[in-house]
Write a protein that binds this ligand. Structure first.
Ligand SMILES: Nc1nc2c(ncn2[C@@H]2O[C@H](COP(=O)(O)OP(=O)(O)OP(=O)(O)O)[C@@H](O)[C@H]2O)c(=O)[nH]1
Length: 267
């Protein structure tokens, strides 16, 4: 509980309307976070709680959405960081695109719903594997969230199952009800952003090693060791920016292509 209080007021979150001339800069320099989880677990709700202070009135299926906003010190005056949160579709047909998008994000809110065992199994058997495959030796941060704890009478995933899984992954765990306690989104968000900042996060020049026990069909144990940090100081800042810009351009093109393909097959 004490850690929750500690994180709650770390940053003010302000929605920020992006001007065309600053879009590129923000895209390049922002902390990039992504919401992952099966459909209807509460990914969009998490984003809405952060930016609007409550879950949406109705469920609208997400395809891919990105939200930009700035973070200010708790006084609310000074902007300390820009953040992009990418919402993603939980539906099976979009999983290939999501795998590609994971590569371009550094922080992940991995969400399941406590009344939906399948959503928990997807985290174990698919989502975590996708992150590891996609990020490979790149640094990333993640938190596991068991949502909808107000639906206690329909609970299918116990608190301990959630906690044990997070322990295996080596990431923090929270059980929440975004519906009853929308502020919990801000607490979790602040925790993730702070851990990114505390690691002096400089995407993509950190590396991380994963040791995955391969004697089971799915990941049963993952330990993470932050290692071999390439010295950011030895890299020319102009070069860093150019690399990031190119990556972002590539990603955007891929996204547009995929979106077009998807539109064709859906409509
Ligand atoms: N009871 C309860 N319902 C919730 C909670 N959080 C979200 N919901 C509801 O769950 C439904 C799905 O929420 P969304 O946030 O749209 O889920 P999503 O994961 O973004 O769904 P997709 O976009 O389809 O992948 C909505 O009807 C929400 O109102 C919660 O804490 N408790």
């Amino acid at each position: 509980m004490s850690s929750i209080v500690q994180f709650e007021n770390a940053y003010n979150i302000q929605s920020h309307k992006i001007q065309e001339n600053e879009e590129n800069d923000i895209e390049v320099n922002s902390i990039k976070l992504m919401l992952l989880g099966k459909e209807t677990v509460g990914k969009t709700s998490f984003k809405s709680c952060l930016l609007e202070g409550k879950i949406p009135d109705e469920h609208i299926q997400t395809f891919i959405d990105a939200y930009y906003f700035d973070l200010r010190e708790s006084s609310g005056k000074e902007i300390v960081e820009y953040v992009r949160i990418q919402d993603s579709a939980g539906q099976e047909e979009f999983q290939l695109i999501i795998e590609q998008m994971i590569f371009y994000n550094n922080g992940f809110f991995i969400i399941y719903s406590i009344d939906d065992y399948d959503s928990f199994q997807q985290v174990q058997n698919q989502i975590w594997q996708k992150i590891l495959t996609s990020k490979q030796d790149q640094n990333f941060f993640a938190v596991l969230i068991g949502n909808k704890k107000d639906l206690e009478e329909n609970r299918k995933v116990s608190f301990m199952e959630g906690q044990n899984l997070a322990n295996k992954f080596g990431i923090p765990f929270h059980e929440v009800s975004l519906k009853n306690d929308p502020k919990s989104a801000k607490v979790i968000f602040n925790q993730l952003v702070l851990s990114i900042k505390k690691q002096e996060y400089q995407y993509p020049y950190y590396t991380q090693q994963y040791m995955v026990e391969s004697n089971q069909s799915n990941i049963s144990s993952v330990s993470q060791t932050r290692s071999k940090m390439n010295s950011i100081h030895s890299i020319d800042p102009k070069f860093q920016k150019q690399v990031l810009q190119n990556e972002n351009k590539q990603y955007r093109n891929q996204q547009i292509q995929k979106e077009n393909n998807c539109c064709c097959s859906i409509f």
